[in-house]
Write a protein that binds this ligand. Structure first.
Ligand SMILES: *[C@@H]1O[C@H](CO)[C@@H](O)[C@H](O)[C@H]1NC(C)=O
Ligand SMILES: *[C@@H]1O[C@H](CO)[C@@H](O)[C@H](O)[C@H]1NC(C)=O
Length: 459
């Protein structure tokens, strides 16, 4: 769950217990779920169809901008032309005996009412209206972001009949998301993920109306982010300093790919724990752990007691603020072990000087300094909930503060070979709970639609 309070966005790890109730199993009598035909996923807020069926002339079909337009819209027209009609478009000529139900519809009018923003944000308006009738197909949206969501729905309600003809029923849809923040977390530190796989995942996110790529880019295991100011961090901290890194140009390309799909890229640079890989290049950043009076060769979380730490963090996050255009940076803050801090004589001295006995105070001191650094860069920040719990700032979980949620796939057991098949179509269930009305919650009603949606995603 993701909660916004003031300028802070908090991430909670909650595991959704949603399973698509596919009834095919070894025990059952193989009662297969029948896939729906032309049903959308996620379910729109308001959705009604008629029994009027219209054919679409795939060869001549046009996407027409009747309001504001921009590069994002034109790129979407290209993409949705093939998502709607696919390469099957050309095979149409092999179906000579098409029984036309009506004069075929030859286009969709897309009316975006305000000038395009460059980037999506937490405040983006993703609402849209879509209608299909004998007089034509029209899509209206206040902002470009709603037009993207509506084009996706349009591509889903088009289906092929037994003659191979593209069809669509009379339809009226009025749609907007239940939550503004609908994220997928990928972890590129435990295993490196290639740009190709990240792009495919962004495609899948678009097909499920997710709008935040929460990029848990670094962790203890590796540091694949190639910093301009601190190039040694990936040189020494990545699994491979040439093949297992994200260069500045790779990152620009992924942010652009996501932008065209209405997806925000929120990078997470998790500290003060989960930062072993940072210490390879940045001398004295991590706390030295002691056994008795002696440094035992191990390192703990970032050392919050020395000034050089904050000098480094200021330069590092200055770069991050410039590289990632989203307003938010995720600063992690989870699972900080106090053992190493407790063992270190200089840290003990620092605690004594401050008059602190609780190491949670020291964690709070670190996080507050970091939040000040990032706040001064005019960025908002997200942190994991336990930072607030440890800081004893009190309980807060009022439902009205919830801005969304995320499906988080941690990387210990996933890499390029299994990420997509493990995450999808499971994450589609999370996507629907975050987009659709609260009342859309029945697994058995969802099963038939998910069956169709899975085929659509495979295609
Ligand atoms: C489309 O119309 C046909 C009848 O013409 C009907 O059988 C079918 O259920 C309709 N589909 C939807 C999604 O309304
Ligand atoms: C560290 O910074 C604090 C606050 O700016 C300052 O008072 C202190 O003298 C500095 N310590 C060192 C060793 O530079």
């Amino acid at each position: 769950m993701v909660v916004k309070q003031g300028s802070i966005v908090l991430s909670f790890l909650i595991f959704y217990g949603v399973t698509a109730n596919r009834q095919v199993s070894h025990q059952d009598n193989l009662v297969a779920v029948t896939a729906t035909v032309g049903a959308p996923w996620p379910m729109p807020q308001k959705y009604s169809t008629t029994n009027d069926v219209f054919s679409l002339d795939a060869a001549k079909f046009q996407f027409i901008a009747t309001g504001k337009s921009c590069d994002i819209l034109y790129a979407a027209f290209d993409r949705y032309n093939s998502l709607t009609f696919g390469r099957q478009k050309n095979t149409l000529k092999f179906f000579p005996k098409i029984k036309r139900v009506q004069v075929p519809l030859q286009g969709i009018n897309v009316n975006v009412q305000s000038d395009c923003d460059k980037y999506p944000s937490l405040e983006s308006d993703e609402s849209y209206q879509l209608s299909v009738s004998g007089t034509g197909i029209s899509l209206t949206a206040n902002q470009i972001w709603g037009a993207l969501r509506g084009l996706d729905t349009f591509s889903q309600i088009v289906y092929r009949n037994n003659d191979g003809q593209f069809m669509v029923n009379g339809t009226t849809i009025s749609d907007s998301p239940r939550f503004k923040h609908r994220g997928i977390l990928l972890d590129t530190s435990r295993h490196y993920l290639s740009e190709a796989v990240i792009k495919k995942n962004l495609d899948a996110m678009e097909q499920n109306k997710f709008n935040v790529f929460h990029w848990h880019i670094t962790d203890d295991q590796s540091f694949p982010y190639q910093s301009s100011a601190f190039p040694d961090m990936s040189r020494l901290g990545a699994y491979d300093p040439e093949t297992h890194i994200y260069t500045q140009s790779d990152i620009r390309e992924l942010i652009e790919y996501a932008r065209l799909r209405g997806i925000r890229v929120v990078p997470e640079f998790d500290t003060p724990g989960h930062s072993q890989s940072w210490g390879k290049a940045i001398k004295d950043l991590l706390t030295k752990c002691y056994t008795g009076e002696k440094f035992n060769g191990n390192f703990g979380p970032i050392d919050p007691t020395i000034n050089s730490t904050y000098k480094f963090l200021t330069s590092f996050f200055e770069e991050i603020a410039a590289v990632f255009p989203d307003h938010y940076v995720h600063l992690g803050g989870d699972e900080v072990s106090f053992n190493c801090w407790k063992s270190n004589p200089a840290v003990q001295e620092f605690m004594k000087a401050k008059g602190w006995t609780s190491y949670a105070k020291l964690e709070e001191y670190y996080m507050q300094n970091l939040l000040n650094i990032v706040g001064n860069l005019d960025k908002g920040y997200q942190i994991w909930q336990e930072v607030i719990d440890n800081g004893a700032k009190g309980q807060m979980l009022q439902k009205k503060l919830v801005v969304g949620g995320e499906a988080c796939i941690w990387g210990e057991f996933v890499d390029n070979t299994n990420l997509l098949s493990r995450l999808w179509p499971r994450a589609a269930a999370v996507g629907e709970r975050l987009w659709s009305p609260m009342s859309v919650s029945s697994p058995s009603a969802a099963a038939s639609r998910l069956e169709e949606h899975r085929c659509r995603m495979v295609r």
